[in-house]
Ligand binder design. Structure first.
Ligand SMILES: Nc1ncnc2c1ncn2[C@@H]1O[C@H](COP(=O)(O)OP(=O)(O)OP(=O)(O)O)[C@@H](O)[C@H]1O
Ligand SMILES: [Mg+2]
Length: 285
């Protein structure tokens, strides 16, 4: 039986967010998401339920590009060791992801980071496509608004027909808050993610949210899209679905906590125990 999305997302909060280990059914699959803001390693079981995971706020990637290769390898190796310790199992393979707009060299780099951390990279998937592996939508658009980029996948009849990406995300919101309030980046990040302060910050960041809305509108232009589904940490900012929906003229929703949807979807692409699959062999060969 496929688990309910709400159960999957709350298990993601428990495992990745709070370090809990949940009971696993069958084979394990691993996803690594090297983000501009958070690098996440998550383990899901045969049903796609998260069983363990960890994440770190780090600056090894900027706008989808690995800018600190050694730092990224160390970070993924640390997350791997930490999660292996919690699970009492060795993680020997993982899938990973990239924003749709980046070049082949950048895609290869994320695969090499996973391999350098001691796991076979079994799949490379773009972020919004990974997210839709969790959401399972047949039609519409999935938009991943992360720390550095806003990526869109257009779906028709269960297939991804187009993907696009633009470098604007939560980091830009943090910079605007820091500038407007005259506080440090760290303080601005903390205020932005504090639910008790978000309503007061909305007027300050509304222009950036509207810009994200106009990016999504440009992405879906010319495609038949009658619903938009937002994922990625920045989609958790209250008011995001309304602003994006208005910019696009399309009903827009956010599933529960959108922060871990993409890494969970990445894990679903890990073909555990397999040799590197043909797509990564082509990318890295
Ligand atoms: N509750 C929240 N409200 C608003 N923003 C949030 C919240 N939680 C996280 N964020 C923001 O979401 C961003 C991180 O989201 P996510 O982990 O999806 O991005 P990423 O994968 O690191 O970046 P990218 O995919 O762009 O490389 C950060 O900018 C963070 O401040
Ligand atoms: Mg991301």
């Amino acid at each position: 039986m496929t688990p309910e999305l709400a159960d999957v997302l709350s298990a993601a909060d428990a495992t990745i967010g709070r370090g809990e280990v949940l009971e696993a059914h069958g084979d394990l699959r691993v996803g690594v998401d090297l983000g501009t803001a958070y690098t996440v390693l998550v383990v899901v079981d045969e049903r796609g339920m998260p069983v363990a995971g960890s994440s770190r706020f780090a600056h090894v990637v900027r706008d989808g590009v690995v800018v600190d290769f050694v730092g990224a390898c160390d970070l993924v190796a640390q997350l791997k060791t930490e999660v292996e310790g919690r699970l009492g199992r060795v993680l020997d393979s993982a899938a990973t992801c990239y924003p749709p707009g980046v070049g082949r060299g950048e895609v290869r780099a994320v695969g090499h980071v996973v391999e350098a951390s001691g796991m076979t990279c079994t799949a490379l998937v773009d972020e919004p496509t990974a997210a839709n592996s969790v959401l399972g939508l047949r039609d519409g658009a999935v938009v991943d608004v992360g720390g550095g980029t806003t990526g869109t996948a257009i779906l028709a009849g269960g297939r991804v027909t187009a993907t696009m990406d633009e470098p604007t995300g939560g980091t830009h919101l943090t910079l605007v808050i820091a500038g407007a309030l005259g506080v440090s980046i760290e303080e601005a990040e903390q205020r932005k993610t504090d639910p008790s302060q978000q309503a007061a910050l909305l007027p300050v960041i509304r222009p950036v949210l509207e810009k994200i809305g106009s990016i999504v509108a440009a992405h879906i232009d010319g495609h038949h899209v009658d619903s938009i589904h937002l994922v990625g940490g920045t989609s958790a900012f209250p008011g995001m679905p309304e602003i994006v929906g208005e910019a696009c003229g399309v009903p827009t929703a956010v599933p529960g906590n959108p922060l871990f949807v993409t890494p969970l979807g990445v894990a679903l692409h890990d073909a555990r125990g397999a040799m590197p699959n043909p797509s990564i062999a082509r990318m890295t060969g």
